[in-house]
Design a protein around this ligand. Structure first.
Ligand SMILES: *[C@@H]1O[C@H](CO)[C@@H](O)[C@H](O)[C@H]1NC(C)=O
Ligand SMILES: *[C@@H]1O[C@H](CO)[C@@H](O)[C@H](O)[C@H]1NC(C)=O
Length: 342
């Protein structure tokens, strides 16, 4: 399994909502991966982890560790859930293998569930979706309290799960009440961390004189931001390609926006600026297009100054978690998010 290719596809949805998400993955026949692992994120920041090797949940981030110290039963709850889910997922893989007639491995069953809460409107959205071997499998529609199957292979499972009324009611309660309660609690405890602002460092990069100029921002937090190019102060769209927001492994984010400068005359460069802006915050960080500040390596091979996915090598765990999240987002298009409000 090549996680590195997948990693590049990962992006973070920019949203002004708060979110609590759980990612659970069970694998069978996949080398170098634990049979089961889970991660929790609050506002896209990883706050917890568990797997079948450590057999217990572990908090991440100082504020979550402090919260757990005061409420050890909270961690105990997660550890139990982790262990319990491990058995349920394993059993489900066995069932699905038979139901789908899949004799050959590997098998990967994933779930992403959780809730979003808009602290302005109070709107709550719950979601619970399963993926099998990297493809969307089933999603819970909280309005109708039924499962949605985007593919015909999942229809039999949908019909069986639709019959499990007690489980569906439990789901409904969880996503509409408990999940947002916990999310709000986490946000309160993590406030100074989650609501901090860290400005990016911004560089202009150009591989060769005929390449596009990439304006690269890294190290910023939170992961809700915009980047664009302007000419004489006005945003331009032509010859511009926006990148997506990506995770750094220190918990900050990075993003870039490219500009094809081939039609810009040499004396016209300084009319262009690359602009970075946190969503909903007025301050712009401007970087003027200027040959003298561009990093390039075209004269001196071979090292490009900033690798766009710097830090991949650090932290197997993070890589694992990101790979899992990527598997999800990669194929997520088939799902509609479900609205938990009546
Ligand atoms: C599963 O495979 C067997 C043997 O190849 C076949 O007879 C059976 O019809 C298949 N079942 C489904 C549900 O595809
Ligand atoms: C930049 O624009 C020029 C002219 O429109 C085009 O020929 C060239 O292929 C573009 N370069 C890239 C890297 O997109």
């Amino acid at each position: 399994m090549n996680c590195f290719g997948l990693l590049l596809l990962f992006h973070v949805a920019s949203s002004v909502k708060h979110s609590l998400r759980y990612f659970l993955t069970a694998t069978h026949g996949v080398h170098d991966f634990p049979e089961f692992f889970g991660a929790a994120t609050v506002d896209e920041v990883q706050v917890g982890y568990c797997d079948s090797n450590i057999k217990t949940a572990k908090p991440k981030q100082d504020w979550m560790m402090k919260l757990i110290e005061r409420n050890p039963e909270h961690l105990e709850w997660y550890s139990q859930k982790c262990l319990g889910s491990q058995h349920v997922f394993r059993a489900n893989i066995d069932i699905l293998k038979q139901r789908l007639n899949l004799t050959k491995g590997p098998h990967i069953l994933q779930r992403m569930n959780g809730c979003e809460w808009d602290d302005e409107t109070g709107e709550v959205i719950g979601f619970n979706q399963y993926g099998y071997n990297g493809e969307d499998f089933l999603a819970l529609d909280l309005k109708t309290l039924t499962w949605t199957a985007p593919k015909s292979q999942a229809v039999l499972t949908k019909l069986i799960w639709d019959g499990e009324k007690a489980r569906l009611e439990h789901n409904k309660n969880y996503y509409i009440y408990k999940c947002p309660d916990w999310l709000k609690n986490y946000i309160r405890h993590g406030k100074s961390f989650l609501q901090r602002t860290e400005n990016p460092s911004i560089s202009l990069l150009q591989r060769t004189p005929s390449s596009v100029v990439s304006c690269h921002a890294t190290g910023f937090f939170p992961g809700r931001a915009e980047m664009f190019w302007t000419k004489d102060g006005e945003e331009i769209h032509e010859d511009v390609e926006k990148g997506e927001i990506l995770f750094n492994n220190d918990g900050t984010f990075q993003m870039s926006v490219e500009f094809n400068v081939s039609s810009v005359p040499p004396d016209g460069w300084r009319r262009y600026d690359c602009v970075f802006q946190f969503s909903g915050v007025g301050d712009n960080i401007k970087t003027t297009l200027d040959k003298s500040v561009i990093y390039t390596n075209w004269a001196y091979p071979p090292e490009f100054p900033v690798a766009p996915v710097a830090g991949i090598a650090g932290g197997f765990l993070l890589l694992l978690v990101i790979a899992v999240i990527v598997l999800w987002l990669k194929k997520r298009t088939g799902f509609q998010r479900v609205d938990g409000e009546d």
